[in-house]
Design a protein around this ligand. Structure first.
Ligand SMILES: Nc1nc2c(ncn2[C@@H]2O[C@H](COP(=O)(O)OP(=O)(O)OP(=O)(O)O)[C@@H](O)[C@H]2O)c(=O)[nH]1
Ligand SMILES: [Mg+2]
Length: 246
């Protein structure tokens, strides 16, 4: 179980979603919008590299020392959901080194549609889709799309080029989420960036006020592989043989 939320500990905010939907860019946008008023830290997860951390350091939006990488060496979801030890240690070390921090953002490695964070690691989580993935994806659902604290439909500036109706995609997402919040975002649309900023601030206020309870969006249903082994975690179809079968 997660530690009891105390107002003195930072808000830990997870950012998950498929490969390339703009998770690192969204974190850079949050840092740009809030680094002047909040004490921020960032943990990135990559399978084999620290590329996301290097991208964020080079974006110049935050003191590079406040951005740290966890190299998961396995399916990304393992490190944010099944065994969060390495991530928890990284978050706690960052919090200790820069005490006090207000918000620590944790980027998941890009995964398929099913990756969600364990509430043992984060207090709240965003799930990032982009319009280039197609207008239907929000309807297809999955635990992150359905139950993350915020669903972001990202890169809306690209919608005209990929033939996606953003309003319809947002409406579909709202329906799939039974009214939980959905944000249409582009880093080049200042009004949407302000909405993202406001959402982070309201989540921080709820965290501090003790009115936000971390939710578990839920794992993929248990399932069986051809080898007869039962799996109770999410399944990465791109790396089907790289699971930790713990
Ligand atoms: N047009 C447009 N492009 C964007 C936006 N946000 C991000 N991108 C681009 O989308 C690509 C992927 O962005 P990243 O932020 O690296 O995505 P990611 O989800 O962190 O990627 P992985 O960590 O590899 O899964 C990059 O080329 C970004 O420049 C946006 O709002 N509009
Ligand atoms: Mg990234």
């Amino acid at each position: 179980m997660p530690d009891p939320v105390t107002p003195t500990r930072s808000l830990r905010l997870g950012v998950a979603g498929p490969v390339g939907t703009g998770k690192s860019s969204l974190i850079a946008t949050v840092c740009r919008a809030l680094a002047g008023e909040l004490r921020l830290g960032v943990i990135t997860n990559d399978i084999y590299t620290d590329e996301d951390a290097r991208f964020l350091r080079s974006a110049g939006v935050l003191d590079p020392e406040r951005i740290r990488a966890v190299e998961t060496g396995a399916c990304p979801h393992t490190a944010i959901r099944d065994d969060v030890t390495a991530n928890l240690a990284a978050v706690e070390q960052l919090e200790a080194d820069f005490d006090p921090l207000d918000v620590v953002l944790v980027e998941s490695g890009g995964d398929n549609l099913t990756a969600t964070f364990s509430p043992a690691l984060v207090d709240a989580q965003l799930f990032v889709l982009d319009v280039a993935g197609g207008g239907d994806v929000a309807r297809k659902g999955g635990p992150g799309i359905g139950r993350a604290d915020l669903l972001v439909v990202n890169k809306i500036d690209l919608a005209p080029y990929v033939g996606v109706d953003v309003e319809q995609m947002v409406a579909d997402a709202l329906e799939a989420r039974e009214g939980r919040p959905v944000l249409a975002l582009s880093r080049s649309d200042e009004a949407s960036v302000q909405e993202l900023r406001a959402w982070v601030l309201s989540m921080l206020a709820a965290h501090r006020g003790g009115t936000h309870e971390p939710q578990d969006p839920g794992p993929m249903a248990p399932h069986f592989h051809a080898d007869g082994e039962e799996h109770t975690h999410d399944h990465d179809h791109e790396h089907p043989h790289e699971h930790s079968h713990a």
